[in-house]
Each structure stands twice: as structure tokens, then as C-alpha cells.
Design a protein around this ligand. Structure first.
Ligand code: DQA
Length: 146
């Protein structure tokens, strides 16, 4: 495994969830695209979605032992609440990009703080699902240097 793509709560409902904000693309389509994008660059990509904070922490712990070299994460609402996910990234010392489909900085005040952004390599927000593609492009380039 080279790249792990994690999606947090409610992102399994993409496609029908508030399409005016999140668009019409399903998570399955996003994940398949990222797996293909990685494969074209010779990288193995795994995907994981959970609505449960502890399950995401557990998956990050497992990532430290399965050869994962980089994580792309849309933590959903856990972005704004989860010290546990922040601590998990510190515990496993894996680099990650934070992705948000919407521009969280242009939304409610509670979405404008992230527990992850200051420890992320980079943050994408507001580019729709294209943000995942851009993050993967970056990761492909970064991993070529290793
Ligand atoms: C989100 C933004 C979060 O504030 C929200 O809770 C989500 C999705 C995004 O992709 O824009 O679930 O991370």
C-alpha cells in the first residue's frame, strides 16, 4: 500500500447529500478514480470510509504497519472536532493532505477551524471533488522523490 484515502462521516452519502454543496458524484466514483490515478503512476491506493471516529483512528494505526506512505483524508465534520484523529496522525507520523469538497472558509464559523490543517502537508478546500484529484497528483509527485 502506498496511499491511503480516508473519508469521514456522511461522505458515504455523496451523490445525494446536499448536492448544491457537495455535487452529484458518489464516493464510489471518487474512490475508483483515485485508485486508477494512483495505478497509472505505479502506486497502490487503498480507500476507507467510516462514520466512526475510533474506526478512523484504528485505520491510521494499521496504516503505520501496512506500508502506507501518504494519507489523503477528508475528515468530514471530524475536521472541526477531533483531537483524537490529530493525535493519531502524530502517533503514526504519516504525512497527509486534508481535502474538503466545499470551501469551508466561506461557510459557517464552526467549519473554519480544523484540528488537522496545521499538521497537514497541505489543504485543498472548495474545488469540489476535483480536490481529491489534485491532492493525489501532489502525492504522486511527492512519492516519486522518495
Ligand atoms: C467537508 C466539510 C465539513 O465541514 C463537513 O462536515 C463535511 C464535508 C467537505 O468536504 O467540504 O462533512 O469536509
Amino acid at each position: 500500500m502506498d496511499v491511503l484515502v480516508i473519508n469521514g462521516p456522511n461522505l458515504n452519502t455523496l451523490g445525494t447529500r446536499e448536492p448544491d454543496i457537495y455535487g452529484a458524484t458518489t464516493l464510489a466514483v471518487i474512490e475508483a478514480g483515485l485508485v486508477a490515478q494512483g495505478a497509472a503512476a505505479g502506486l497502490d491506493v487503498d480507500t476507507f470510509q467510516s462514520n466512526h471516529e475510533g474506526a478512523i483512528v484504528d485505520r491510521l494505526h494499521a496504516a503505520s504497519m501496512d506500508g502506507t506512505r501518504f494519507v489523503i483524508i477528508n475528515p468530514g465534520a471530524f475536521t472541526h472536532t477531533s483531537i483524537a484523529i490529530r493525535d493519531a496522525f502524530a502517533a503514526v507520523a504519516l504525512p497527509f493532505c486534508e481535502v474538503h469538497i466545499s470551501n469551508v472558509h466561506a461557510r459557517e464559523a464552526f467549519r473554519q477551524h480544523s484540528y488537522l490543517s496545521d499538521v497537514a502537508v497541505g489543504v485543498m478546500a472548495g474545488f469540489g471533488v476535483f480536490g481529491y484529484t489534485m491532492a493525489m497528483d501532489f502525492v504522486i509527485d511527492r512519492l516519486k522523490e522518495d
